[in-house]
Design a protein around this ligand. Structure first.
Ligand SMILES: [Zn+2]
Length: 209
């Protein structure tokens, strides 16, 4: 039994090294135990025995965006759109992120638009770009910019617009506890940048129920 455990440890250590991780899963779970004890809990209490494992598993999902390249999702485009050259808008893409200052959840929606340059992309791919950047520690401002810049460059689009409307748990559940506060950020690239008409069309689309 001990031999198997030692072997498994060698394998997981090797895989983690290969992935460029300097902290092992075991160390990460230990860190959760330290936080539990610091909060006044007994990490050995029955209900908490598997909590460090679960927390690290959840972290893998919350921060899965670090190991993914959003440009890959934009590689496959379609050219047979028979000259469609107007705005494509995708609304209400859910955002689940974490703020980099408190590691507290940021929950909201993103509205994304682009003006295609001969080629369009599958609609699910816009949501994928939102997902990949959301699954990292973020500020809402940077998240908004990264999504817009990536779609702009990845699709060589004429322009891109992104609006995010989100609630920050670090504001609603702690600190100044403003339960109703939401934050709106907006970022325009290319043809959206100086074209107020295009900007207004995007904002009208966003505000339509
Ligand atoms: Zn915060």
């Amino acid at each position: 039994m001990i031999k198997i455990i030692t072997y498994m440890k060698i394998v997981t250590d090797f895989l983690e090294k290969k992935l460029g991780k300097t902290v092992t899963r075991e160390q990460a779970e230990e860190a959760v135990k330290v936080l539990l004890a610091w909060a006044g809990e007994n990490p050995k209490r029955e209900g908490l025995i598997d909590t460090p494992k679960r927390v690290i598993k959840a972290f893998e999902e919350y921060f899965s965006g670090y190991s993914k390249d959003p440009y890959k999702d934009l590689e496959r485009t379609f050219g047979d759109v028979e000259g469609y050259d107007d705005v494509v808008v995708q609304k209400n893409i859910s955002v689940h992120s974490h703020c980099e200052h408190h590691m507290a959840p940021i929950i909201g929606v993103a509205h994304v638009a682009y003006v295609p340059n001969e080629k369009v992309v599958g609609l699910s791919k816009l949501a994928r770009v939102v997902e990949i950047y959301s699954r990292r520690l973020q500020t809402q401002e940077r998240l908004t910019m990264e999504i817009a810049n990536t779609i702009h460059k990845g699709l060589k689009a004429h322009g891109c617009a992104v609006m995010i409307d989100a609630t920050h748990m670090c504001m609603t559940a702690r600190g100044i506890k403003k339960h109703e506060a939401t934050t709106i950020t907006n970022f325009f690239t290319g043809s959206f940048k100086d074209n107020h008409n295009l900007q207004n069309r995007f904002l009208t689309f966003c505000n339509k129920q």
